[in-house]
Design a protein around this ligand. Structure first.
Ligand code: KG4
Ligand code: ZN
Length: 350
């Protein structure tokens, strides 16, 4: 079964074809970073206009070589409403013409399903499209999912496929947003996560004792206080732009975020007696987060699933995978009516 996925919730226009929920046939991502970087963040109106310009080309490119698609899966929220409208309108137009089902997917759920996808990163012998049919996925629930991106910091208990309980989320800035804002303050460019990750590799993460906002007694997160501490530190230390000091600052800030994320995720596993953790979202590409959580899960004897680096940030392959499993479980076979996108879509069970 081939699913066409479409993702336009933020600043990536993406379309993908996925076979049987796990096998990536194509995954085309057109990034708008070049457009937004001069503003140090995403400008919503520019984002939707560029989605509109690009979406047809991106879908055409993704469909090259595929003879038949059986259903369409599109991000219906949360995200920027103008951007979401471009994707949902495109998906429904194609589904109306081809008379195939169209299903709306929560973007957060998409990040979870990035772990179901097999790419050459997982196995050098894997060739696109060859798996799919018989592949055994190790992602069986229950698991604790940590979704960390520019818009979200969500800790989720998945009791079954499509059965979620959001345990906690950020009360202010998302963790990726804090990486982006600190990078903007330091004039390091946009997005901030990859550049801070790179600079931190040369720094000492113990050199500056930034606070760890553990938010004890709740599963929620709060990173804006940490952001203020970093910004105040930079204001007080005028020489911060010398390279060694900057590396240390990046490493120390990054480690403060990672310590909180890992500690809360492991605690949730212990509390709910779950032995599996799954990560998703752009911040999951962070090299130190990956190293530390692999080590921690090994010592705690917890199974860990990380998406391929190329599937951490926004892409349509993960949306198509989620759509496949949702279609399989809910049995939607006929063409359905309207998918109305929502900027604040909650994670719903199915
Ligand atoms: O999932 P994503 O593409 O978009 C949202 O759904 O928000 O995540 C983008 C976020 C940005 O904030 C970016 O700075 C962050 O992911 N990010 C990283 C890294 N790569 C991307 N954060 C830390 N380390 C990275 N290597
Ligand atoms: Zn995302």
């Amino acid at each position: 079964m081939n699913i066409l996925g479409i993702e336009t919730s933020c600043d990536e226009t993406s379309a993908a074809v996925i076979k049987n929920g796990v096998s990536v046939i194509t995954n085309v991502v057109s990034s708008q970073i070049k457009i937004h970087e001069k503003y140090g963040g995403i400008v919503p109106e520019l984002a939707s206009r560029h989605h509109l310009e690009n979406v047809n080309f991106v879908v055409e490119e993704a469909l090259k070589g595929t003879k038949k698609i059986d259903a369409i899966s599109v991000t219906s929220g949360p995200g920027l409403i103008g951007s979401l409208l471009v994707g949902t309108t495109t998906a429904q137009a194609i589904s109306n013409i081809l008379k195939i089902p169209c299903i709306g997917i929560n973007h957060i759920e998409g990040h979870i399903f990035a772990n179901y996808l097999r790419t050459p990163e997982h196995s050098p012998r894997y060739r696109s499209g060859e798996a799919g049919q018989n592949i055994r996925t190790p992602v069986a629930p229950p698991f604790i999912a940590l979704i960390v991106s520019g818009g979200h910091t969500d800790l989720i208990l998945a009791e079954d496929l499509g059965k979620y309980k959001v345990l906690g989320r950020t009360r202010d800035d998302a963790v990726g947003e804090v990486f982006d804002k600190i990078a903007k303050f330091l004039k390091l460019g946009y997005p901030g996560g990859p550049v801070i990750d790179k600079l931190a590799k040369n720094g000492n993460s113990k050199s500056i004792p930034f606070p760890r906002p553990y938010m004890r007694g709740t599963w929620d997160f709060s990173f804006s206080g940490l952001k203020t501490s970093v910004i105040n530190y930079v204001r007080e230390h005028q020489n911060i732009r010398t390279s060694k000091h900057l590396y240390d600052l990046c490493a120390s800030f990054q480690q403060a975020c990672i310590d909180v994320l890992i500690e809360k995720t492991i605690s949730a596993c212990k509390k709910y007696r779950i032995k599996k953790i799954l990560l998703g979202g752009g911040v999951t590409a962070n090299s130190q987060l990956r190293t530390d959580i692999i080590k921690k899960c090994k010592s705690e004897n917890i199974k860990l699933l990380l998406p391929a680096i190329s599937l951490c940030t926004d892409n349509a392959a993960m949306i198509a995978s989620a759509g496949y499993f949702k279609l399989k479980k809910t049995g939607l076979t006929r063409h359905r009516g309207v998918i109305n996108p929502s900027a604040n879509l909650e994670l719903k069970n199915w």
